[in-house]
Each structure stands twice: as structure tokens, then as C-alpha cells.
Design a protein around this ligand. Structure first.
Ligand SMILES: [Zn+2]
Length: 465
């Protein structure tokens, strides 16, 4: 009997893993890492309820680590099938999976050096070598055209407008001459964005699995450039630094694009910007290579201007640890972008240790901060940050600018769902913390009159029912 099982991203915004079984074959949709508080991260060490070697294929919605970061581990544990992803997702995964592995190794080393871990020795979940091994199993699939995996499974991707390569997947499951379609939303992006396309509507589904990260709220209506200009001017005037937790690829380019425009207009002073990451690179090439994923106007401006629209006037890519440490010596106004985006590890922790105690500085959060993370603690007004076993007083200004979120808000999610021409038999809400998923369930029932379920870990359903 065919079955779809929720193996992650239920009751939380990370760890996306959905297993489809039909005709004796197994397809895993996404293979994400649990990210967030300690309890959640610990789940990455639990064995999967099924043998990784018994999974035939994996298909990815997009490259973010909460959808792909478990790949190195699942390959290490025995998975040997193809990992299907489009070209942009493949490109991004080469950066993201290596970075994730690097982070696991660096944090384990640091924990051992400082002896603050309860595990002796602290071990990485996987290594850079494991990530390289997993990348060998990638096979590219078309950006938009249907792709047949096997007699049981056909995948039709559409642009989700969330990051380069991001897709919603309409999967047709066939068994004993019957077919059913299940749509996996992936992460749904925003409408009228600075760089990326709008999320594409999908016409038909028997069942839909939809994310609900921001299901209980709408993003502020202040335009992102205005929000960022206000903060930059205020902080520069008082001589402070701005720290932005963000991965080197994706939102960092949206931020740079807007900062660059604000400098040119000029609505803000030119301030040196540091992209501090072992993965930092000029990623404009990536955007040029995947033109179908973003708006044409962005490229026209690139040509007209002659410069790189994805860089501010004074940008420093700091890759080595020594270069990273030197940023501490910058005492004049500057912008520092570094990962991880939820402050659960990585170089951002060193910058926060340096910058949090000074009231002239500001920390700007452009992305979702999951429950149990340092990011959430700071956003909720915490004044005593625990970083690497130290107590760090929080005096810096803390700001959320969720206009920069790559996720659609409540209204945008309803808009995307409204694109279906008929109600599904059931909508499952995943990838949301319980209050967001529950609130959005009420919204959808009220606005669309659909049957909605918020599933629990391990729940499953029959797509032919
Ligand atoms: Zn995502």
C-alpha cells in the first residue's frame, strides 16, 4: 500500500524529510538537518526509523540546510541512490554542504579545545569528507519540466521563489494502475521581491504538504530599503557596527543589493562591509548562471551600471580565521555578515561576543529565529547571552527586519494556496512551530474552507485514500 510518512519538519521549522512508499519503492523528499535548540539538534543523532540503504532515491526542493543538511550523514549511514536536484540547487549544495560539515568540525574542535562539551571528545555529526562523498550522488534534473524517476514516481517542479533553484514539487504516485498527486511546497517565497521571481501557482493536487513558518503573522509593510536605511544611518551616526547573522549566499546578496542602491542614491554613508565566511566568494556568477530564477530588471541594472550590483562599494570577503579575527580591530562603523543565521554556531558567535556588549552596535536579524536558538533569545529581549560557556552582556540594539525573510507570510501563503483550482482532499501543515501551524490551520479553514491537518512526527497517510 502506498504511504507518505512525516519524518521531520513537524512541530518545528527544520529537519524536512518526507518518505513516499509505493510499489515496493522508497523516495525521500528532502533530507534536512534539525537546527535550533540543543534538544532539536540532538535529534540529528537519532537513527532514522528506516534503514537508509532501503531508500531508492532522494529528491530535493531546495538547497537550504534544513532541507539538505542530513545528506552527508544518510550517505555515510548507507544510502546509495541518486540525489535528484536542479542545477542551481546542485551548485548551492556544493557550498552549503561543505560549509555545514566545516561548521560541525570547527565547533567540535572548539568544544574540545575549550572543554565545554559534556561529550569527550565532542564529535562532528559528519565531516567535510562525508559532504564531498554525498555530493557524488547528485544527479541534475530539469528546472521546470516533468521528470520520471521510476514507474511509481514522476516529479513536476515549479519555482517557489524562495532561493535560487527553490522548487515546489508536484509528485505523481502510481501504483496498481492508479495515480495520485501530492504537492510538496518546499519553502514558499515572497511576492514582488527585490531579486527572485514570485512563487508559481500549481493547479492540481490530491494532497498538499505546505510549510507554515510564518503562518501566524504578516511581515511588516515598511519597504526593506527604508527599514535598513533607518538602522544604518542611526548606527553609523553613533559610531557603531552592524552585525547581520546570515549565510554567505542568498539573503546576503539581497542585503548587499539594497545597501549598494542606498549608497548610490545616496541615502546611507558608504560603510565597509565584511562577508565573513570560509564560503564567501563572488556569487554574482551563480546568479548569472541561473537567470531563470530571478527578475530580468536585476540583470539590466547590472549591465547599465557596469559594476557588480551584488557588492557594496567597499566589500571584504574574509575567508581565513586570521582575516576573520582582524574584523575585531575595526572600531569605525561597518557591517558584518556571518553565519549561522540563527546563531547556533559558526563565526557569528565570535562577532556577537565582540559586539553585543557595546550599546553603539546593532544586531539585525533578517531571517527566522527558531525556538531555543540564541537568535530567538536575543530577539525576545534576553540580556545575558551564553556563548561558548561565557556570559556576554547584551547592550547592543537588537532589531528584526523580517521584510528580508525568504519565507512568505500568512497572507502570501494563502495567496499561494489559492492558486490551486480545486481544494485538495487534505492539506498538511508542516515546517512551522506549533503556534504558527495551528494558527495557520484556522486561517486556511476560515478563508478557503479546506480540510487541514497538523501532523505529528511519524504520522503517515495513504495518497490513494
Ligand atoms: Zn528554505
Amino acid at each position: 500500500m502506498a504511504k507518505v510518512t512525516f519524518l521531520g519538519a513537524v512541530g518545528a521549522v527544520t529537519g524536512s524529510k518526507y518518505l513516499i512508499e509505493a510499489g515496493g519503492k522508497r523516495l525521500l523528499v528532502d533530507c534536512g538537518l534539525f537546527q535550533g535548540g540543543k534538544e532539536l539538534r540532538q535529534k540529528n543523532w537519532d537513527r532514522l526509523p528506516i534503514d537508509p540503504a532501503s531508500i531508492d532515491w532522494i529528491v530535493l526542493t531546495h538547497a537550504h540546510i534544513d532541507h539538505t543538511g542530513y545528506l552527508p550523514r544518510i550517505v555515510r549511514d548507507g544510502f546509495r541512490g541518486p540525489i535528484y536536484a536542479n542545477a542551481a540547487t546542485h551548485d548551492l549544495c556544493q557550498l552549503l554542504l561543505s560549509d555545514s560539515a566545516h561548521l560541525q568540525e570547527e565547533d567540535a574542535q572548539y568544544a574540545n579545545k575549550k572543554k565545554y562539551s559534556s561529550h569527550q571528545p565532542a564529535l562532528p555529526l559528519y565531516t567535510v569528507q562525508d559532504a564531498q562523498q554525498a555530493l557524488k550522488f547528485f544527479q541534475e534534473i530539469p528546472r521546470k519540466d516533468p521528470f520520471t524517476i521510476s514507474p511509481q514516481f514522476t516529479v513536476k517542479p515549479s519555482d517557489a521563489g524562495h532561493i535560487l533553484g527553490s522548487s515546489s514539487l508536484q509528485i505523481t504516485i502510481t501504483e496498481n494502475g492508479k495515480s495520485a498527486t501530492v504537492v510538496f511546497s518546499g519553502d514558499v517565497g515572497r511576492y514582488n521581491q527585490t531579486i527572485l521571481n514570485d512563487p508559481e501557482p500549481i493547479a492540481k493536487a490530491d494532497y498538499i504538504l505546505c510549510e507554515s513558518t510564518y503562518g501566524d503573522r504578516d511581515h511588516p509593510t515598511t519597504p526593506p530599503d527604508e527599514a535598513i536605511a533607518t538602522i544604518v544611518n542611526r548606527v553609523a551616526k553613533r559610531g557603531g557596527a552592524i552585525v547581520i547573522p546570515s549565510f554567505a549566499v542568498g539573503r546576503t546578496q539581497t542585503l548587499m543589493y539594497i545597501l549598494r542602491q542606498l549608497e548610490d542614491q545616496p541615502r546611507i554613508p558608504k560603510v565597509p562591509t565584511f562577508v565573513d565566511s570560509p564560503m564567501a566568494a563572488n556569487v554574482t556568477d551563480l546568479y548569472v548562471r541561473h537567470r531563470e530564477d530571478h527578475r530580468l530588471s536585476f540583470l539590466q541594472e547590472e549591465q547599465k551600471d557596469g559594476g557588480d550590483p551584488l557588492d557594496v562599494h567597499e566589500v571584504h570577503m574574509t575567508r581565513t580565521v586570521e582575516e576573520s579575527k582582524k574584523i575585531n580591530d575595526v572600531k569605525t562603523p561597518c557591517v558584518i555578515m556571518s553565519a549561522s543565521g540563527m546563531c547556533t554556531g559558526g563565526r557569528i558567535l565570535h562577532h556577537l561576543t565582540q559586539r553585543l556588549p557595546d550599546a553603539r552596535n546593532a544586531i539585525i536579524f533578517p531571517g527566522y529565529q527558531a525556538d531555543g536558538t540564541l537568535g530567538r533569545y536575543l530577539l525576545s529581549g534576553g540580556k545575558d547571552a551564553h556563548i561558548y560557556g561565557q556570559h556576554i552582556p547584551v547592550r547592543a540594539e537588537i532589531q528584526e527586519v523580517s521584510q528580508f525573510s525568504a519565507h512568505g507570510d500568512r497572507t502570501e501563503l494563502v495567496r499561494w494556496l489559492s492558486g490551486f483550482t480545486a481544494p485538495p482532499k487534505q492539506l498538511f501543515l508542516t515546517h512551522g512551530e506549533p503556534p504558527a501551524a495551528q494558527a495557520f490551520s484556522g486561517t486556511v479553514q476560515q478563508k478557503l474552507g479546506w480540510h487541514v491537518t497538523v501532523p505529528a512526527q511519524g504520522d503517515s497517510f495513504d495518497p490513494f485514500a
